[in-house]
Design a binder for this molecule. Sequence first.
Ligand SMILES: Cc1cc2nc3c(=O)[nH]c(=O)nc-3n(C[C@H](O)[C@H](O)[C@H](O)COP(=O)(O)OP(=O)(O)OC[C@H]3O[C@@H](n4cnc5c(N)ncnc54)[C@H](O)[C@@H]3O)c2cc1C
Length: 453
Amino acid sequence: MSVRVVLFTRDLRVDDNPALAAAAASGDPVVPLFVLDRRLLASSFAAPNRLAHLAEALADLHAALVELGAGLLVRHGEVAGEVARVVQETGATHVHLARDVSPYAVARRASLRTALPADVTGHAHVGITVQPPGTPAPATPGATAYRVFTPYWRAWRALPLRPLHAAPALLAADGVALDGPGPAHLALLDRAGTAPLRSRGGLVAAERRLSDWLDGPVDDYVTGHDDLATDRTSRLSPDLHLGTLSPARVAELVGEATPGREAFLRQLCWRDHWHQLLSATPSLATQDLRPQGDDWRDAPDDLAAWQQGRTGVPLVDAGMRQLLAEGWMHNRARLTTASFLTKHLRIDWRVGAAWFEQHLLDGDVANNRANWQWVTGTGTAGHPNRMLNPYRQSRRFDAGPYVRRWVPELADLDDVAVHEPYGDGRLVDVDYPPPVVEHADARARFLADRGAE
Ligand SMILES: Cc1cc2nc3c(=O)[nH]c(=O)nc-3n(C[C@H](O)[C@H](O)[C@H](O)COP(=O)(O)OP(=O)(O)OC[C@H]3O[C@@H](n4cnc5c(N)ncnc54)[C@H](O)[C@@H]3O)c2cc1C
């Protein structure tokens, strides 16, 4: 009998965790391990909101593992070195982990292979997405990924879902103290500046959100998903990001029985789509997929106005303030704020993506970077010069409550002025700045920049 290490990364669950299930199915003792990655904790990706969710997720994961017979071993350091040390301490002969796609995760897997003795077998499992990158395989000869969503969606939905794995019973390896994240570990994750209204992370909260969502709202998703005023999306993105929910299990539970469920499944497919694209094209994270010759402005005052929600454009400010308050932003507001930064203000999408990653609970490389490129028109979007009019977006997708909630200084304005306080030469007697740029001027500048007048 040998010992197996299961290295958790962002698959922080016991239910339908293929890496954990495979290790347990062997009948060997299992050491569930999480390494607080020293390099990641020192990087800009260690954002307060996500670290807070990570702390909650690790605590719940430990509790769930204890129920199964083995707690979580938590170490702090350089990941490959720490795993190699645990392998040596336990005499493990197998290491299991989920196969992730970001450039950082790919490099981590490679350094793990180098650090482990040759007689230790590594196993990389599915589990981060519904379907693993490369499945479905692109139909175009020579292509490594689908660039266009609709054919991907068609092929993706025709695939069977893999069988789900129930939480296994575990046998802990003798002599290893599996005692979960202790106060010293939690202190490493504690950062000032978490969003005051952030949701709670971890398995228990995630399961509650999922069952509330499946209990009804999902069936209204077609009409609800774009409605800023009533806020009717699932808010499962942070749970999918840290893997406290299995995307395959969510897909199975959702099914396609109603138009709402089908539309929701399509969004899960978008998530897979970006992951398979990043897996095939790692440069997507930092470089234009389809450069448009943009000459980005260095405009610190405009950037600060955007970041703090003081642009004078209500929907943009509402979205940016929601981000600071909740660590989350509605998708329609993400589209509008990102379009405003890159197309109205002509500020580099990478600057905006970094700000989102500093604050979003769900901030992840594939979804964030690919969506920013999509909005900017440097990615896979069919209309790269499409520019969202933030006033029209506001009138169309918010009856008023969204802007009134997040920009309270506008709360008493009428239903017209609340979306565009300075429109039609109106003079507004509130402490709210005029727009940093007029829409018509911004549009002319953008189209001229892109040579698309
Ligand atoms: C500029 C920009 C940046 C974004 N950054 C991120 C990010 O860092 N992390 C992230 O998870 N999503 C990101 N999104 C996608 C989307 O806005 C969020 O996934 C969604 O708003 C999360 O809320 P929800 O869970 O209520 O979504 P729902 O509408 O309930 O959708 C269900 C799930 O589908 C997935 N999904 C939905 N829309 C998209 C999409 N456009 N692309 C990929 N997956 C999607 C998410 O996992 C989401 O949880 C970004 C979108 C834009 C325009």
